[in-house]
Design a binder for this molecule. Structure first.
Ligand code: PEP
Ligand code: MG
Length: 756
């Protein structure tokens, strides 16, 4: 065939194939017609379609020209014969004399001995070979490049049909080894440690709301009520099924309900029903509004919290419209890895089974509920991988290597074996942390380290029931504020703080006053378009100009702490004068409280966050006015190095484990000790065992971290010796290098200090 002729034939051929595909008959009958059309139009005597099945074999599914009795009987292993070779190499093969090719294998049942020339192309889907399409002719003809391309185009059109799950189950397709596309490594962020291996399952939402307008509003209210109740019931069942009931993170889903009720979420849905919508349309409307809210928030911690509401909405819609949420059936006999743009914790539980080995997310942060649940289930999570849904195909073999913040697609067999071997080691270590839960965080030389958690929602408070956690070192009050539509009243705030204190059961809770403004925007909070919001009008700076909000918050805190100890901490203090100002407001509110008929707090302590470098040069004065200090290294490091904490590009550029930062922290610890001011550290570094080891070396004795970090940090503490550590860290501060991370790691190794 000439080029122009080939194009014309191809166009007509594709049109005919399309008609057959859309036409009558079952899949097998249509396949038979398709191979006939291809053979006739391409001037061949034979056209055969092989489909890849489990066990890496290619099965003849349809043929025109070979014996029909061979259909579903002839099977070739990948690599076996010419058809097997096309699949193994994932490349076309065109031979004028196929029988003289060394790979030719004669299959008598097909009757193919009379055909000499053969052209075959792999049927590829998502880079995976799902079958082979071949034509054969009696004469020894040579195939042109255009003809090969034409057959490849046809194969592409057929790929969808072959992979649709109608011919063989998706699990069979998923089970096949990837051949065509080489392994690939995707970098992301570690959200939950560990590694796991399985085939990819892509998660997508599928609910479609068709009925928008209600016929009877009362009926819709009742449907909503029932759906909410069913949803709660199902969440409970999931908790139990996953062995989470009563565990450290059991109240994640309880937190869901709290969020929903806090935000007036159900009330908003009910109001939407009142306007004449069906229950599902109302849920969708409110959810759309929440999406718009997410889009306005740039702080990832807060975004993740609101993400939970999205999860709830999807779940509620499932109960209302009964749609299947999963993108596909899970492969029944294979371990799998879920790949999603974002995922809520309950959705993760939907997938949860002993075969779920990992989670890969396009979005997500370590503070996300889904990451918390994943950690409690021991499921590794890598997040923040750009465009992940487009880069991973359903059925791809995947290694989620969260420890190295990477995902390995289609790994080689050798690589898989290496990962499989280490997984036994890991299971052993996990069992060790569980045993540490009720043990004290005391070093080998008997120094007790206070371990606290950073919290924002109810879920973060759960670990307080463990004897191994001393309190809440940082309660970020802006987190609950995020879910309100308007500034919560003093009474609403009082209830919220009271609840936190009740859950804490006399363990100290350090309430940090609102750290909003700048990049943490609340819909009802005044803000301008600043070029550099992290250094802009935020936190105490807003209160300085508009003290009313801080006064209301302090009033609520004082009322909530009736009969309890109250710890209040002010964020972003840059000058001692700002702290004095905040303290004056606190005193004013305490005075005001005496005039009302309510018991006062047992004690009130006011502290400052050390996050702005300027404050480091006012320590002498500062220690005289504060009751305690907490170092916020997330902000402190970004301002010290002028390095945006949210920038991926900068995240590895500067190291807080440097002689400069360590000697600075040591000076702060010494000044506080001399001034008798309790000092803690609540930045992310407190939760990383190696960093926490260095912090203890510089003299810190109180750390506050994300709840999941407590176990690994405690294991480190219990295997360390403060005196030896202090000597070593002191030596490190004299070194002239940008990072002492490697030295600390070597030290830990030599001294048998446990690092997760
Ligand atoms: C910090 O800056 O280290 C800190 C703990 O506060 P946040 O992360 O809320 O800014
Ligand atoms: Mg901060």
């Amino acid at each position: 065939m000439q080029f122009g002729q080939t194009v014309l034939v191809l166009r007509q051929l594709l049109a005919r194939i399309r008609d057959v595909m859309a036409g009558e008959g079952d899949t097998q009958a249509r396949l038979e017609r398709i191979v006939q059309v291809i053979a006739v139009d391409m001037g061949a005597q034979v056209c055969s379609l092989y489909v890849r099945r489990a066990g890496d074999v290619l099965e003849l599914f349809a043929t025109h020209g070979l014996r029909q009795t061979a259909v579903h009987r002839t099977r070739l292993a990948i690599g076996q014969g010419l058809i097997g070779e096309i699949a193994a190499k994932a490349k076309p093969l065109a031979l004028a004399d196929a029988q003289s090719h060394p790979s030719f294998v004669y299959r008598p049942e097909t009757g193919e001995e009379i055909y000499h020339s053969l052209m075959g192309v792999p049927i590829l889907r998502g880079g995976r070979v799902v079958g082979v399409l071949a034509i054969q002719s009696i004469d020894r003809r040579r195939y042109s490049d255009e003809e090969i391309e034409a057959l490849q185009t046809i194969a592409m059109v057929l790929a969808e049909m072959v992979a649709s799950g109608n011919l063989v189950g998706p699990e069979e397709l998923a089970s096949s080894e990837a051949i065509a596309v080489p392994p690939m490594r995707l970098e992301g962020a570690r959200l939950s440690p560990g590694f796991g291996l399985g085939v990819a399952v892509l998660h997508k939402h599928h609910q479609v709301v068709r009925r928008l307008v209600a016929e009877d509003t009362a009926v819709e209210h009742e449907r909503l009520r029932k759906a909410v109740s069913d949803m709660h019931g199902q969440l409970d069942v999931m908790l139990r099924a996953n062995g989470l009931a009563g565990s450290e993170h059991a109240d994640v889903l309880e937190a869901y309900r709290m969020i929903a009720e806090d935000v007036g979420w159900l009330r908003r849905i009910a109001e939407a029903i009142n306007t004449g919508l069906t229950a599902e349309a109302a849920v969708q409307k409110v959810n759309t509004e929440i999406h718009a809210q997410i889009a306005r928030v740039s702080d990832s911690y807060l975004r993740e919290r609101i993400q939970d509401l999205d999860d709830l909405a999807q779940r509620l819609l499932q109960h209302l419209v009964g749609a299947e949420d999963r993108a596909q059936r899970l492969p029944p006999d294979h371990d799998f890895v879920v790949v999603a743009r974002s995922l809520g914790p309950a959705q993760l539980l939907d997938y949860s089974s002993s075969r779920l080995k990992g989670l890969v997310l396009q979005e997500g942060s370590a503070n996300a509920h889904v990451a918390i649940v994943a950690r409690s289930l021991g499921i590794p999570v890598v997040g923040q991988i750009e465009d992940v849904m487009a880069r991973i195909e359903s059925g791809d073999p995947v290694i989620v290597d969260a420890d190295h913040a990477q995902v390995l697609l289609r790994p080689s067999a050798a690589l898989r074996r290496i990962y499989e071997r280490s997984s036994a080691d890991r299971a052993r270590r996990r069992a060790e942390y569980t045993q540490l839960r009720d043990l004290e965080a005391t070093t080998r030389d008997g120094v007790r380290i206070s371990l606290n958690v950073n919290a924002g929602l109810a879920v973060d408070l759960q670990p307080l029931s463990d004897s191994g956690v001393d309190g809440v070192g940082l309660y970020r009050t802006e987190v609950p504020f995020m879910v309100y539509e308007q500034l919560p009243t003093v009474e609403v705030q009082r209830q919220l703080y009271r609840h936190v204190l009740d859950v804490a059961k006399a363990k100290p809770v350090v309430f940090r006053t609102l750290d909003v403004g700048g990049d943490k925007i609340l819909p009802y909070w005044p803000h301008g378009n600043e070029e550099n919001p992290a250094m802009g009008w935020r936190a105490i700076r807003v209160s300085w100009d508009r003290p009313a909000v801080l006064r209301q918050q302090l009033r609520a805190l004082i009322q909530a702490a009736a009969g309890e100890h109250l710890h209040v901490m002010f964020p972003m203090i840059a000058e001692v004068e700002e702290f004095r100002f905040a303290r004056r407001l606190l005193d004013l509110e305490l005075e005001r409280h005496t005039s009302i008929d309510q018991p006062p707090p047992l004690s009130v302590r006011a502290g400052a966050m050390l996050e702005v470098p300027a404050l480091l040069f006012q320590l002498n004065e500062l220690v005289q006015v504060v009751d305690f200090l907490s170092i916020g290294t997330n902000d402190l490091a970004q301002f010290l190095f002028a390095s945006d904490r949210a920038s991926h590009r900068m995240s590895e550029r500067y190291d807080v484990l440097s002689p400069a930062v360590l000697s600075l922290l040591r000076q702060v610890a010494e000044r506080c000790r001399a001034g008798n001011v309790p000092l803690s550290l609540c930045g992310e570094m407190a939760g990383r065992p190696l960093d926490a080891m260095a912090l203890i070396g510089v003299g810190l004795r109180q750390l506050s971290m994300a709840p999941p970090c407590v176990g690994p940090v405690k294991a480190m503490i219990r295997s360390a010796d403060t005196a030896v550590l202090a000597d070593f860290v002191s030596h490190l501060t004299t070194l002239r290098q940008a990072s002492v991370r490697a030295d600390l790691r070597a030290f830990a190794h030599d001294h048998g200090i446990a690092l997760a």
